[in-house]
Ligand binder design. Structure first.
Ligand code: AMP
Ligand code: ZN
Length: 491
């Protein structure tokens, strides 16, 4: 079997993966800052992290995956103040961020991203952050200035190395020059803030160092150091995030954990995904090219079309999103589903999907090619090509079916669900013909409700259509829209 390899940002090369603890692999993913909806670039980062954990499991490892939620930082505080000026700052922050966290968790579900084992919130890990800062202060890596606490890079660089994930010009370090914002440019290699002194109207927590009290709130970087330490320990195996997080966020996280825990290599593999661009540009609200999953669904694409699109690009390549590329992905996924439906209809007996985990399928020629693709630094585009090769091969049909369902453990496209879709009906709403695809045994009540929903959508009555979708859901069915119709699936 091809050995599992990842590109490690620490060594800047592909390395064979070896875990620390027998069988178990510990993974930390920098989660969203919940001050707005996640955009499709963020979602690419989480599809990548999900694919990574799926590949580890496919290789027989158990995984312990932690993804944090940043619910206190410069952005969440500013936005929560604006939204709830009348509320006490901590309450405003909680109310404001909870809403976006819920949207985010819902996005994960829609994209078939498995729920991480731990999803800690920063505000619930404050005590651990304070402990780490105390430890840094005790060992001389942190100092106070006007009620805030900063990390001393010069002192750190005497014992450890600063600039492990990016090339830095350390001659630029000017002792005593500090940055207090959570994000900053590479040109400013300055002491960064661990704890920010309390400001009027901002949420605040307090703790003591050497008998002195420090009311305030954490800097962004210390949050991830504390949350990964709490849930995974030090050292742990894999840390993921988008490429923009390498500096300063990950470099600073690395420095804090190393110095605070006396461990020169707190993470063995740092794996970063490249960015998603829209029309070859960075997404931004001012350019009008900032999209969320909701925008995708509004245009009647399914979240899984987007997942399929992401799988078609290697995670370390820039991915250029256009509506044309999403349309092509929709066609590609539909084609794959049709191939599976056709295969299913030719089989005499329904396969028990669980039996597809049997290892024999993986020793077939296609199985081997598939593993060598995914184990070669998550080469999902190649794995998708192997799936096509498999479906076009002359292997026995049962074996083909079992193998493709086995591959779907990595793709996460819910392919087994589509075997049930055996009937299509045409319905006429006003003067338009809609195609409805659904499991054979779909109850009349579900059919009727979803038809009413299609009518409400046609009339642009979105609130009515949302209510009807929920009713269909409560009966155990999900609706996926496509251009002139919809698919009903069992949930
Ligand atoms: P944030 O909520 O800004 O902290 O970002 C959450 C995650 O999304 C981080 O891992 C970012 O590096 C990643 N990310 C942000 N923008 C993009 C993008 N355009 N493409 C891919 N990943 C991104
Ligand atoms: Zn982080």
């Amino acid at each position: 079997m091809t050995k599992l390899q990842f590109y490690n940002s620490l060594s800047q090369k592909k390395e064979e993966f070896k875990n620390i603890k027998e069988d178990n692999v510990e993974i930390y993913t920098c989660g969203p800052t919940v001050y707005d909806f996640a955009h499709i670039g963020n979602l690419r980062a989480y599809i990548f992290a999900d694919t990574l954990t799926r590949i580890l499991q496919y290789n027989g490892y158990k995984t312990n995956w932690t993804m944090n939620v940043t619910d206190v930082d410069d952005k969440t505080i500013a936005a929560s103040k604006e939204k709830f000026p009348e509320l006490e700052p901590k309450e405003a922050l909680k109310r404001f961020t909870q809403e976006y966290e819920n949207y985010f968790l819902n996005d994960l579900k829609k994209l078939n991203i498995r729920r991480p084992d731990h999803i800690p919130k920063a505000t619930e890990t404050i005590a651990e952050m304070q402990e780490l800062i105390k430890s840094l202060s005790k060992s001389g890596y942190a100092y106070e200035k006007e009620g805030s606490i900063y990390f001393n890079i010069k002192k750190y660089a005497e014992k450890y190395s600063y600039g492990q994930l990016v090339d830095l010009d350390l001659s630029q370090i000017k002792p005593g020059v500090r940055v207090s914002t959570d994000e900053y440019e590479k040109e400013n290699v300055n002491d960064f803030v661990l704890w920010k002194a309390q400001k009027a109207g901002e949420p605040s927590w307090s703790f003591e160092i050497g008998g002195k009290s420090f009311p305030g709130r954490p800097g962004w970087h210390i949050e991830c150091s504390a949350m990964s330490k709490k849930h995974l320990g030090v050292p742990f195996d894999i840390h993921t995030g988008g490429i923009d997080l390498k500096f300063p966020h990950h470099e600073d996280e690395l420095a804090q954990t190393s110095a605070g825990c006396g461990c020169a290599k707190p993470v063995n593999y740092w794996i970063h995904n490249e960015h998603l661009l829209v029309d070859n540009k960075k997404m931004s609200k001012s350019l009008g090219n900032f999209y969320t999953l909701f925008d995708i669904e509004k245009k009647k694409y399914s979240p899984l079309d987007f997942r399929f699109l992401c799988l078609g690009a290697h995670y370390r390549s820039k991915m250029n999103f256009t509506w044309e590329s999403l349309e092509a992905a929709r066609h590609g996924l539909e084609h794959l589903r049709n191939q599976i439906r056709a295969l299913d209809s030719r089989l005499d007996t329904r396969l028990d999907t669980e039996c597809s985990s049997a290892f024999e399928h993986r020793v077939s020629k296609c199985g081997e090619k598939f593993i060598s693709a995914i184990n070669d630094d998550l080469n999902t585009p190649r794995a998708l090509a192997v799936a096509q090769e498999l479906l076009k091969s002359d292997l026995p049909e049962e074996e083909k079916m079992a193998t493709i369902l086995d591959f779907d453990k990595i793709f996460g496209l819910g392919l087994s669900r589509h075997m049930e879709i055996t009937v299509s009906e045409k319905i006429s709403l006003k003067d338009e013909i809609f195609l409805v695809q659904m499991p054979k045994d779909t109850p009349e009540e579900v059919k009727e409700l979803s038809e009413r929903r299609a009518k409400a959508r046609q009339e642009k009555n979105w609130s009515e259509s949302d209510v009807l979708r929920e009713q269909v859901r409560s009966l155990g069915y999900e609706i996926e829209d496509f251009e002139k119709g919809y698919t009903l699936k069992k949930r």
